[in-house]
Design a protein around this ligand. Structure first.
Ligand code: GLU
Length: 483
């Protein structure tokens, strides 16, 4: 039975790296009809905060990574038979194991003071040895001791499912601390006990935990229990190949949600992050991703978080969303940039959204798109109205004649098709200085006067949404700017 887990520490907002680790575990479980466990590793009482745990739960839900076992909707309620799934509530379970390690002599109370540890370290460095604490020398019982593992030394080998055989010299690790007291293990011991108690078959986690693995294996051995299989995922890197950090942009999963990325796009993007590409298709259905998933395809080198690729992918996903659903997704972004819409205006808003949809990379892009239609007065440089060799007067004349054509069209006939039918013959008839037909002489000033932008949707689409009065007003304002 495949049982995997994501074991986040609620000491900060959910990181995209944790999201990717969770996703790989989830995919591994789904692929093999296994169980995906969520365990909250809140042994660091000071840094662990309920709001961070909430952000993790919400983040997993947002990505659609439902867990089979773990914290439930309400606090104190769990799904699954191996709970509690929050380490802060597992003191009693840990106590049994810590006692057994102490009884068997695999662990011991250490009362060496900081000063003792410092002088030992100095001696070791002088002798060119790895600094570590060897606790076999007697220490007098004092308040504030810690429990250390009695490291038997030797070589530890394990076969990582991604990185292959990895060996460590246990002698270099010394007698490391495993618990603060008889109920309070530190991360490495708590992970060993929980992975065993929760019957975890595969530990899939970030490469930053490789150096913890030999310590964990030593404890599995001491407890005479079997370690799980390990697979360490490469770190996520920025485009400069250094570890992904704030310097590269957002690192928290929810920052991506807030910027307008769709969970489906994020899921797809993270799922193929660091995998050797298979074929050319990168946009994949969830079912295909599950079917194709294999740890064998994970590259050993770091996975580069390429935001351009995410933007492209998100745009592709946005294009697949039906307009009414896209409107619901866009509304919070529109509200946050100050545009409110009544239900009666939804039909009109949907036209704007449909017009922007082909260009959007993020949901937040709708603000800029909507601004084009919502603004009372456009602000742009009159220079932008000029097309090729056209002078100000010629541009004003172009706007004026188009304006006259438009003035004759009834408001209710202000549709893209009609407008095109009436304006295009004029555009097609205008011959430029080079003797060739130059439609830009009509269409460029028109589009810029309507949008104030170098790049925008086409003038006829814009006018249909703006309506007659506002369109004509913008043309007039353009002409005034040219005076
Ligand atoms: N709590 C650890 C972390 O958040 C996870 C350790 C593990 O997966 O073993 O990095």
């Amino acid at each position: 039975m495949i049982r995997v887990r994501i074991a986040p520490s609620p000491t900060g907002q959910m990181h995209v790296g944790t999201a990717r680790t969770a996703l790989f575990n989830w995919l591994f479980a789904k692929k093999s009809n296994g169980v995906f466990v969520l365990r909250i590793e809140d042994t660091d009482r000071e840094r662990s905060k309920p709001e961070y745990e909430e952000s993790i739960l919400k983040g997993l839900n947002w990505l659609g990574l439902n867990w089979d076992e773990g914290p439930g909707e309400k606090s104190g309620i769990y799904k699954g038979n191996y709970g509690p799934y929050r380490q802060s509530e597992r003191g009693e379970i840990y106590g049994k194991y810590i006692k057994s390690l102490l009884d068997s002599g695999n662990a011991l109370w250490c009362y060496h003071t900081n000063a003792d540890l410092e002088s030992e370290k100095t001696e070791q460095i002088e002798k060119n040895e790895a600094p570590r604490h060897i606790c076999s020398r007697n220490s007098k019982p004092l308040d504030g001791g810690v429990i250390r593992f009695q490291n038997p030394g030797g070589k530890i080998m394990f076969s990582d499912l991604i990185r292959g055989d990895i060996g460590f010299d246990a002698n270099l690790m010394g007698d490391f601390v495993i618990a603060k007291d008889e109920q309070t293990p530190l991360y490495n011991l708590a992970a060993v006990i929980d992975d065993w108690e929760m019957k975890i078959s595969h530990v899939i986690r970030g490469e930053d935990h490789i150096s913890n693995t030999p310590k964990q294996i030593l404890m599995f051995d001491a407890l005479k229990i079997r370690p799980p299989e390990y697979a360490h995922l490469p770190m996520i890197l920025g485009t400069d190949r250094s570890k992904l950090s704030k310097r590269h942009g957002a690192t928290a999963l929810f920052e991506y949600k807030d910027m307008g990325y769709l969970p489906e796009a994020m899921f797809n993007f993270l799922a193929i992050l660091g995998l050797s590409p298979k074929g050319n298709t990168e946009i994949l259905l969830k079912e295909e991703i599950i079917k194709e998933f294999s740890l064998k395809d994970v590259q050993k080198s770091g996975a580069i978080f390429n935001i351009d690729k995410l933007n492209w992918m998100n745009g592709e996903y946005i294009r697949g969303v039906p307009i009414d659903k896209l409107r619901k997704l866009c509304l919070p972004f529109l509200i946050s940039c100050g545009y409110a819409f009544q239900n009666a205006e939804f039909e009109w808003l949907d036209k704007i959204i449909a017009l922007e949809q082909p260009r959007m990379k993020r949901l937040s892009d709708i603000c800029e798109g909507a601004a084009l239609f919502m603004r009372d007065k456009l602000e742009y440089d009159a220079e932008l109205l000029r097309w090729r060799d056209m002078g100000n007067e010629e541009v004003a004349e172009s706007l004026n004649s188009t304006s006259n054509l438009l003035a004759d069209i009834l408001e209710e006939n202000f549709t893209k098709e009609n407008l095109e039918k009436i304006v295009m013959p004029k555009a097609e008839a205008w011959v430029g200085t080079n003797g060739k037909i130059d439609r830009g002489r009509t269409l460029w000033p028109l589009r810029v006067a309507l949008s104030g932008l170098k790049n925008s949707p086409g003038p006829f689409e814009i006018m249909e949404i703006l309506g007659k009065e506002k369109s004509l007003r913008r043309l007039r304002e353009g002409m005034i700017m040219l005076e």
